[in-house]
Design a protein around this ligand. Structure first.
Ligand SMILES: *Cc1c(COP(=O)(O)O)cnc(C)c1O
Length: 370
């Protein structure tokens, strides 16, 4: 069986670093808010090359804390409209609606799977205050045109960088391109903790200070509370796991690029479309390698008959979810057609070259008429 993702295999490769870090925390007797967190935050801000980092409980909370900070700082107000891609993971939208802000869904460019300036422009109204730029599947979504739109309309650019840590845009790391960014270290992300974890990055000291306070009951000095905050902390054990694994992220991402390059050059089947981007581009870290087919169900069966796992990201668009029934009347044809055609095939350092050969061969032999 070729697994879609094999966390045991990926983490076994780093077992020396991971076990040493776990033992260090265990023996320190200090489990929340200590050196491990500080070390990881510094290490990640070095890696990003700009701004400061605040470790938090998970990716959804990282996004929620960003929106809540802008509300606390008076730079957003309840009811403001936030542009969100129609084809993203639901957490992107949940963070917006949980903050009392309005989700305005925009269809992506069908080739990049990311929103573009044209889509953003079409969604802007006098109440639009921010764009949630999701770097979907690991691919940078930031462009100069989107920045110009944000500048000319006074919009905040908030990056959902749950999937693209390590990608860059003309030498600047994704996650440092907008006003603030959220990261997820859910175990299956390119940099995965051994549990839930996330982070906020920003070059804006007010956002950083507010997120720091909000994650800790709204307090920056013990027993003094300047905000009605939460408990959204990143614990020492997860911070230590992440600090142990971050030095290997670029190696993981490079292996993903190698596999993407093999898929790009060797998969050739008229019933399958491939992602449209040079596989060596530094703008992509290939969190997912997403193909499209109008015969997706038979393709899934065919792969499974060859012992290859595949997963749909994401089968039901946000506006067709029961939770967002108020958005269901908006026509979002690209989101709907992507949801019916996309399929993610295995990618990651758990695959060896034989696995890649097997996957390529199986895809090339797929014929929906058989
Ligand atoms: C994973 C993910 C999140 C949420 O992160 P969690 O750590 O699982 O809360 C948010 N947005 C996107 C695009 C994601 O892929």
């Amino acid at each position: 069986m070729i697994k879609f993702l094999d966390l045991k295999e990926i983490n076994d490769g780093l077992s020396r670093e991971i076990e040493a870090a776990a033992l260090r925390v265990l023996r320190s007797g200090w489990y929340i808010g200590g050196n491990e967190l500080q070390t990881f935050e510094d290490q990640l801000s070095c890696y990003l090359g700009a701004g400061q980092v605040v470790g938090v409980s998970n990716g959804l909370d990282a996004l929620r804390l960003i929106f809540r900070s802008y509300l606390e700082l008076g730079r957003l107000n309840v009811g403001d409209e936030i542009v969100v891609p129609s084809n993203t993971f639901i957490a992107s939208a949940l963070a917006v609606s949980d903050s009392g802000l309005r989700v305005v869904l925009v269809d992506p460019d069908p080739n990049t799977h990311n929103i573009n300036a044209m889509g953003v422009r079409s969604a802007i109204t006098p109440r639009t205050r921010a764009v949630l730029l999701v770097h979907l599947y690991g691919r940078n979504a930031y462009t100069d045109e989107i920045q110009e739109l944000a500048d000319s309309h006074g919009l905040l650019l908030i990056e959902d960088n749950a999937q693209a840590l390590g990608a860059s845009h003309r030498g600047r790391k994704v996650g440092t391109l907008g006003n603030a960014s959220a990261m997820s270290f859910y175990p299956g992300k390119n940099l995965g903790a051994l549990g839930d974890a996330g982070a906020v990055a920003s070059a804006d000291p007010d956002v950083i200070a507010t997120v720091r306070s909000l994650r800790n009951y709204g307090s920056s000095v013990k027993y003094r509370h300047e905000h009605k905050g939460y408990n959204n902390r990143l614990d020492e054990i997860q911070a230590a796991m992440l600090a142990a694994k971050l030095p290997f992220l670029d190696i993981e991402n490079q292996r993903r690029r190698e596999i993407a390059a093999a898929y790009d050059t060797r998969i050739s089947n008229p019933h399958i479309s491939l992602p449209q981007i040079p596989s060596d581009s530094l703008e992509h870290v290939w969190h997912l390698y997403v193909i499209r087919s109008q015969h997706r169900n038979s393709l899934i069966e065919h792969l499974s008959a060859h012992s290859i796992e595949s997963i749909i990201h994401y089968p039901i668009p946000i506006h067709l979810q029961a939770a967002y029934s108020e958005l269901s009347t908006q026509p979002l044809p690209v989101a709907e057609s992507l949801a019916s055609e996309v399929l993610s095939i295995p990618i990651g350092s758990h695959l060896d070259d034989n696995d890649v050969d097997t996957i390529v061969d199986a895809l090339n032999r797929f014929d929906p008429r058989k």
